[in-house]
Write a protein that binds this ligand. Structure first.
Ligand SMILES: [Zn+2]
Ligand SMILES: [Zn+2]
Ligand SMILES: [Zn+2]
Length: 130
């Protein structure tokens, strides 16, 4: 049996806690840096694997940064929503998806295209940066 101390240093627990701590996207390198500052030494590939695992379990979401790097955020996509990302501080707000119904209707009427899925993200300035 693992002791409590051992349990809390398991990479998956630590990485989950780091993601839950801040509403922003982290690259694997970001997470790796935070772990090292907490004196938790795991390889970058363990960090990658763990982040992928959290996504598979629907405990995190991934996006591809402009640099081409994958970045991860704690997100529970229980209900469908989108993300608004602050360009200044990186803070992410959840945004409800309400306008899409109307858009889907006009797409069908004008172009005969039947929408059955979509992905969107929003960029701007958050309340504390604005
Ligand atoms: Zn979310
Ligand atoms: Zn901001
Ligand atoms: Zn939507």
């Amino acid at each position: 049996m693992a002791t409590r101390a051992e349990y809390s240093t398991r990479p998956r627990e630590r990485i989950g806690a780091i993601l839950r701590g801040e509403r922003r996207f982290f690259t694997a390198a970001d997470v790796h840096r935070v772990l090292q500052s907490q004196d938790v030494h795991v390889s970058l590939s363990t960090v990658y694997r763990t982040l992928e695992h959290l996504c598979e379990k629907n405990e995190a979401t991934v996006r591809i940064e402009q640099s081409g790097e994958a970045a991860y955020m704690h997100c529970e996509p229980v209900h469908h929503h989108h993300h608004a990302i602050c360009r200044k501080c990186g803070r992410v707000e959840d945004v409800d998806c309400t306008a899409i119904g109307q858009f889907a209707e006009s797409l069908r009427a004008q172009q005969g295209f039947v929408l059955d899925g979509h992905s969107m993200e929003f960029f701007g300035t958050c309340a504390s940066c604005g």
